[in-house]
Design a protein around this ligand. Structure first.
Ligand code: EPU
Length: 419
């Protein structure tokens, strides 16, 4: 099994082009099967989750190929509507194929998706909404069997109890080819939802209101292929900024999505780092010891502080001056990385959804295991700032979301290698 070996204490300096967004690319790949033609996707990150999505596409009869950071998906030859359990289990986003298959074929059989263990991750909101659009859903030997009796879903007015990203995506996908208008109230406002809608519009879909709480989709019978460039990954950006903040140094992120990263930047700035933004660029300088963040850091749906950046910022604040308090409001169990940080010398107390982080003078290297994607990235952040060497195992979690993390960090002068 591969591991990352990181020796801390070296400042990071240089320029880094931000990878394409995983959480945009995955639903967009699912959506591409609805186009009945060829889609060319640019800035597609090379990640294990992306390859898992391509395996699903190829299984149902599409032809998905890669050339560098571009993917081509030809959906003219779809001939299956079932996704086997082993492919569903590979990642959480496999559930988004449900809306796409229903919108294309009027039926699908899937199973409960896999993904990071962040506490219970039900799909009740996805299923309730799809039922309102005319989908019959039953469970048969652990499989979820979905069928639209008339072959085409109908529009509906749906109010989500919580602005779930995945449920919003599934509803949009089923709605773009449905008969009539679908209104989603309390829709997720994450930038990745806007990117999915941007892609679908390029394929001919009629969607308005994305980025706001009320999305309106006017269904149409057919979509067409298109060429599309995926947005930059705001969480990868947050991770490399946290690394530089923790280890010291200066970084220029190019290809960054600045407004979308602002909820994170406005908190990071409180640590005393200098941050400047320009068009698609973020500059950060970290010289002296970081300061704790005074305000409680509450994870919230966008435009609140992103849950996906909670762990990496916590790692940076573990050796800051003073006490920072986190409140995780999106997932029930997203503090699994704290044990590893404590092993590296951090002083963190978890009380339900609150984590109290008392900054220590310095972290030290240790042998740790990645617990999940962002938790694993947090360990890399801590390791770059720590005294001595850290070995991170179970890095398959990290590879699900970061494109060649060791190459990116080495190019900035960090001492990190894959072994
Ligand atoms: N939820 C329900 N019922 C549902 C759907 C969601 O109770 O039917 C709950 C979840 O259990 C969770 C909360 O609602 O407690 C938020 O879930 P949401 O559906 O918004 O999240 P998701 O679609 O499963 C996506 C990202 C996550 C990111 C969240 C929140 C992808 C592939 N995943 O997950 O990304 O944390 O939105 O922004 O887009 C990551 O990249 O590391 C990651 C976990």
């Amino acid at each position: 099994m591969q591991k990352l070996v990181v020796t801390g204490g070296k400042p990071l300096r240089g320029e880094l082009s931000v990878q394409g967004s995983k959480n945009s690319a995955l639903p967009i790949m699912a959506a591409s099967l609805m186009c009945g033609g060829e889609c060319r996707l640019h800035r597609c990150p090379k990640l294990t989750d992306i390859y898992a999505a391509s395996r699903i596409l190829n299984f149902v009869g599409c032809r998905c190929t890669f050339s560098g950071n571009s993917a081509a998906v030809d959906s003219r030859s779809i001939d299956r509507t079932e996704i086997p359990e082993e492919l569903m289990r590979e990642m959480r986003s496999s559930i988004i194929f449900m809306g796409a298959m229903l919108g294309t074929a009027g039926e699908c059989t899937v199973s409960v998706p896999g993904g990071c263990e962040l506490g219970p991750r039900p799909i009740d909101m996805h299923l309730t909404a799809l039922k309102r659009m005319g989908v019959d859903i039953s469970e048969l030997s652990g499989r979820i069997v979905c069928r639209i009796p008339s072959g085409r879903a109908h529009g509906a007015k749906i109010s989500l109890a919580f602005p779930s990203v995945g449920a919003t995506e599934n509803i949009i996908l089923c709605a773009v080819t449905a008969d009539g208008e679908t209104v989603i109230n309390n829709a997720a406002r994450e930038p990745e939802i806007c990117d999915l809608c941007g892609f679908l519009r390029a394929c001919g879909a009629r969607i308005t209101g994305d980025g706001e709480s009320r999305i309106v989709v006017k269904g149409k019978a057919k979509l067409h292929g298109c060429e599309y460039t995926i947005m930059p990954d705001r969480i990868a950006a947050a991770t490399y900024l946290s690394m530089t903040a923790a280890a010291g140094g200066e970084i220029i992120l190019t290809n960054a999505c600045v407004p979308e990263t602002e909820p994170f930047l406005s908190v990071l700035e409180q640590t005393g780092c200098s941050i400047y933004t320009g068009e698609n660029k973020i500059y950060l300088h970290s010289g002296v010891r970081l300061r704790a963040v005074r305000e409680r850091i509450r994870t919230m749906p966008h435009p609140g502080f992103p849950t996906d950046a909670q762990a990496v910022l916590m790692a940076a604040l573990a050796a800051a001056d003073g006490t920072s308090i986190f409140e995780e409001n999106i997932f029930d169990c997203r503090y699994r990385h704290t044990d590893a940080l404590i092993k590296m010398g951090a002083d963190i107390q978890v009380l339900g959804k609150v984590a109290i982080v008392k900054g220590v003078r310095r972290l030290h290297g240790a042998n740790v295991e990645a617990t999940d994607l962002r938790g694993g990235a947090a360990m890399a952040v801590a390791a770059l700032a720590a005294e001595g060497t850290t070995q991170i195992t179970k890095i398959s979690h990290i590879d699900r979301g970061y494109e060649k993390i060791e190459e990116a960090v080495s190019a900035l002068g960090g001492d990190i290698r894959r072994a």
